[in-house]
Write a protein of this length. Structure first.
Length: 469
């Protein structure tokens, strides 16, 4: 069975905790046991020292009275007296191999310990403490042997106490860690569920951010990532829709003149058609061919602009406007429209050819929007942000819906007029691309029947350079 991440962490943490807990519990138990053993040894050593002290006093008295031959009797009396109290004694001469006097329990011991030693012995499965010490000027040795089984009882008592305690603490710790780890893993589980729902197409789903810890920061960052992905997806969808609409519009725009060309070509191909009809058909074919050529040129200009970018240089903005006015004055006069310039001495940075194309298209559209007696004003003014160029007319104006689509490729506010004038609906789209390539954008202000004003902000200096002198 595949374990989850939090379960692996839980098991690893539990093993480490239980390991250290049991080491601590049993370490404390054996420390307590060691203390009890030391206390037992100290108690019996004190009893042994008391016996040695008493025997040496009695032996000194016998020596003063010259009764040293009664020493074995003295040993026997001590052996009998302390034997009744559960203490076994044995007396050896230093050079002797056989005890002068010894309790029967010593017969069960093998070997003879050296003087000055303390050792634990097992006799019949019972723990005894053996203490050997010199006696009466080193002539004799006293072997002290006493039951110390109470120490083993203490050990069993400690084991019976600490084993259930350790088991209980381990179980309690396991439960606490289980719920703690499971609770801590909930944010990760929620993130997993969010990703599954997101993968299933529920792009609006988000993780709930709780608290201010690292998990909350992770959830917040994850939500930010999902929001960015969703925004990019919407952008791609919008761009895809625009591209689809562009292809559809382009196909329509190209198909229409091709249909016209084909129709008039068929007319010319007929033998029974008079010369006047052939001439008229040829003129229409030439007009539609020019329109196709215009469409292809605009598309090519937009493609080149997107690929090559902009080569900027210092441009006299007022002079550029005057040149645009001079170029379009014959066209405007032919329509009964007046062109005016209101400029001040200011300079911008950009590509003169592209900016000239931008102003030409904007001004030409403004002239076309005016009726006889209309007026178009070209102006430029220097601001803190840069040079603002405006093209204003008092023509027919546009609605809010038209303003929203005005820069889309092949869009026309007046399709009949655009076709009549040879427009392809790409002029303002190209203008918008030129403005964006110069770090700006087109701003339209218009009301139906009151005219339109188009503004574009141009930088007065290149990025990283100072103002023009």
């Amino acid at each position: 069975m595949k374990t989850r991440f939090w379960q692996r962490i839980y098991l690893l943490t539990l093993i480490l905790f239980l390991l250290f807990l049991n080491i601590a519990v049993f370490g404390f138990a054996y420390y307590t046991y060691g203390e009890k053993v030391s206390a037992c040894e100290e108690t019996l050593s004190a009893e042994q020292r008391y016996i040695v002290s008493s025997i040496e006093r009695d032996m000194e008295e016998l020596e003063k009275e010259g009764l040293t031959e009664n020493v074995p009797l003295l040993f026997q009396s001590y052996l009998s007296h302390y034997g009744q109290k559960g203490t076994a004694l044995a007396f050896y001469e230093v050079e002797g191999e056989v005890p002068v006097s010894a309790a029967p329990l010593f017969e069960k011991l093998t070997g003879r310990e050296k003087a000055g030693t303390l050792s634990h012995k097992r006799i019949g499965g019972v723990r005894y403490l053996l203490i050997v010490s010199p006696l009466f000027k080193g002539r004799y040795e006293l072997h002290f042997l006493k039951d110390a089984s109470e120490v083993d009882g203490d050990l069993k008592s400690l084991i019976f106490t600490f084993v259930p305690l350790s088991a209980g603490l381990s179980l309690l710790l396991a439960l606490i860690l289980f719920f703690l780890m499971k609770g801590m893993s909930k944010p990760l589980e929620e993130l997993k569920m969010v990703t599954e729902h997101y993968a299933a197409g529920e792009t609006s789903v988000r993780a709930r951010v709780k608290g201010k810890d690292e998990f909350a920061a992770l959830q917040d960052s994850f939500n930010g990532m999902l929001a960015t992905i969703e925004e990019q997806m919407h952008g791609l969808e919008e761009q895809s829709e625009k591209n689809k609409r562009l292809v559809d519009d382009m196909a329509h725009e190209i198909r229409t003149p091709l249909t016209v060309i084909r129709g008039y070509a068929e007319v010319i191909a007929r033998a029974a058609v008079d010369e006047e009809t052939k001439l008229e058909s040829a003129e229409r074919i030439i007009e539609e061919s020019k329109r196709l050529s215009g469409i292809s040129e605009k598309i090519l200009e937009m493609a080149v602009l997107e690929k090559d970018g902009v080569k900027r240089e210092r441009i006299n903005t007022a002079k550029l406007l005057e040149e645009t006015k001079e170029s379009l004055t014959p066209f405007a006069e032919g329509r009964g429209v007046t062109l005016r310039c209101r400029t001040e001495d200011c300079f911008c940075q950009g590509d003169p050819t592209l900016l000239s194309m931008l102003l030409y298209n904007l001004t030409e559209n403004a002239v076309k929007a005016c009726s006889v007696g209309g007026q178009v004003i070209l102006a430029c003014v220097k601001t803190e942000e840069g040079v603002v160029v405006t093209v204003s007319d008092n023509g027919k104006g546009m609605t809010k819906e038209q303003l929203e689509k005005i820069t889309e490729p092949f869009y026309r506010t007046d399709k009949a007029r655009s076709r009549r004038d040879g427009g392809a609906g790409l002029g303002l789209s190209l203008c918008s691309s030129i403005a964006q390539s110069h770090g700006g954008s087109l701003t339209f202000t218009s009301l139906p029947g009151q005219g339109t004003q188009v503004s574009v902000l141009l930088k007065t200096c290149l990025d990283g350079e100072g103002e023009d002198q």
